[in-house]
Design a protein around this ligand. Structure first.
Ligand code: PM9
Length: 461
């Protein structure tokens, strides 16, 4: 059969009812939430596209594994199972669990910031990564290729590093001041866009030239590997596992929010290739931060579910359907003329709100305004990835202007059907038809760190 979008490689065994609300109710819910969808109650949301992080459905193998959790404080059998799986996938020597991605970041990043005035350079730092870089006293520099900023034109690897810019940033700031180069795969904030293997090899050459540590922020490394297989010549006959392993060979450290391509509801990983001193530092530091190094903030049962999920996320039929769901929603929107980051990435459709609501300036958060309108229209909860999320310059306190103002429609794994996604598309298209009515938002309350999670806003009169 030659279907344009593949059918799911699973069937549904358990359902969770979701509530349909009225538009009048949603207007009130959003006002009570300070015009910030993060503050909505999830039961007031019909289709939740806030994040793909920990929100997917586990398989019956994972639910079965949960029952085998060894809850010992130290030396848990479940840890050794997880360690074996993670070593097998990465080829790295040292594995420490963390409660989630930012748990891994808070343990590892400060170890690499050895004095004042240091920098991390990334294709694009995710918000929590940026926050942990700054909390560790360093600064975060981004250098994604220019093509990513033009949402309309096709490029197979819009997540790539701008290699000349990377080298420039190293020279401008001094190689001795670079704490590390962070390869974010896929590149979440640029649209879940993949990074090519060729680009990673070039980054590795530059890092070697200047003797700089490479970290992979690989929350969605399996999705990245599938894009490499689909789009990069020479990789079509390699397995996802082989492609992932080649990527891991390039780095020294792998940090993972396992709530994404670990297919579990909670979990993170710190994987260190061979640096025993760094491993010992992290083992020591994790105890007060996350917990003893054989559980790192996770229950034994979580480590069991994660061990199974890490393997399932590498299955090709799963990945094909996963990326097809995203492509399906992207195609529906594009066909209706809604501007999106094209091609679609791995975990979400990103709507270009600079084009959607050009009447709203960056510091009145156009993408947040579109997210709110979509919620009111339909009960679908998207999330803003733009200037609201980016925050302020830590040195000057000025609002930073994001190169992209995006509304992310993030698709949880194995959770929604194509019909749900059709409903989402209809809602966004309806808001698009009335886009000239959208207005910006200003702060009622602005928290000092990661403001987008807990801020309160109000529409500009
Ligand atoms: N990403 C996301 O929705 C969850 C938090 S915001 C609702 O995209 C990368 C590339 C991520 C990421 C989280 C983290 C942090 C690190 N790197 O959320 O702490 O996309 O597990 O991971 C979210 P944790």
């Amino acid at each position: 059969m030659n279907n344009k979008y593949v059918a799911p490689p699973y069937r549904i065994k358990m359902v969770e009812p979701i509530k349909v609300t009225t538009k009048e109710e949603r207007i009130k819910f959003l006002k009570d939430a300070g015009y910030n969808p993060f503050s909505l109650r999830s039961e007031d949301v019909y289709i939740d596209l806030l994040t793909d992080s920990g929100t997917g459905a586990m398989s019956h193998f994972q639910w079965g594994a949960l029952m085998q959790g060894d809850e010992a404080y130290a030396g848990s059998r479940s840890f050794f199972r997880l360690e074996k799986v993670a070593k097998g996938i990465t080829g790295y020597k040292y594995i420490i669990p963390a409660h989630q991605g930012r748990g891994a970041e808070q343990v590892v990043l400060p170890q690499l910031v050895t004095r004042d005035g240091m920098f991390f350079i990334s294709n694009m730092h995710f918000d929590t990564t940026r926050a942990h870089v700054e909390l560790a006293g360093a600064r975060a520099l981004d250098c994604t290729i220019e093509e990513a900023m033009d949402t309309t034109t096709y490029h197979p690897f819009k997540g790539n590093f701008d290699l000349p810019r990377l080298e420039e940033l190293i020279l401008e700031n001094g190689k001795e001041n670079i704490s590390g180069i962070i390869m974010t795969i896929t590149n979440n904030s640029a649209g879940g866009q993949p990074v090519s293997m060729e680009n990673m090899h070039e980054v590795k050459k530059i890092a070697n030239k200047y003797d700089i540590t490479i970290l992979i922020d690989g929350a969605r490394y399996a999705e990245n590997a599938y894009f490499v297989k689909q789009r990069e010549p020479g990789y079509e006959n390699k397995s996802i596992r082989e492609i992932a392993l080649e990527a891991f060979e390039m780095a020294d450290i792998f940090l993972m929010s396992s709530k994404k391509d670990g297919l579990s509801n909670i979990g993170g990983l710190i994987c260190i290739k061979e640096d025993e001193d760094l491993y010992n530092q992290c083992r020591t530091y994790i105890v007060p931060m996350e917990g003893f190094p054989t559980y790192g903030g996770l229950a034994g049962r979580d480590m069991e579910a994660l061990s199974v999920g890490l393997e399932e996320a590498l299955e090709e039929d799963y990945l094909l359907h996963r990326l097809d769901q995203v492509r399906f929603l992207g195609d529906k929107l594009r066909e209706a003329g809604v501007p999106i980051q094209y091609p679609t990435g791995g975990h979400a459709v990103f709507v270009d709100c600079k084009k959607f609501a050009p009447q709203i300036p960056y510091d009145l958060f156009p993408a947040q305004s579109v997210c709110n309108a979509v919620y009111i229209e339909s009960g679908v909860r998207p999330v803003e990835i733009g200037s609201f999320l980016l925050g302020r310059d830590p040195d000057t306190g000025k609002n930073l202007e994001s190169p992209l103002e995006l509304m992310r429609l993030t698709i949880p794994r194995r959770t929604y059907t194509y019909k749900h996604l059709e409903y989402v598309a209809d809602a966004v298209i309806e808001v698009y038809k009335n886009r000239e009515k959208l207005v910006g938002l200003e702060f009622d309350y602005e928290p000092p760190v990661l403001r987008h999670f807990t801020a309160r806003l109000k529409p500009v009169k």
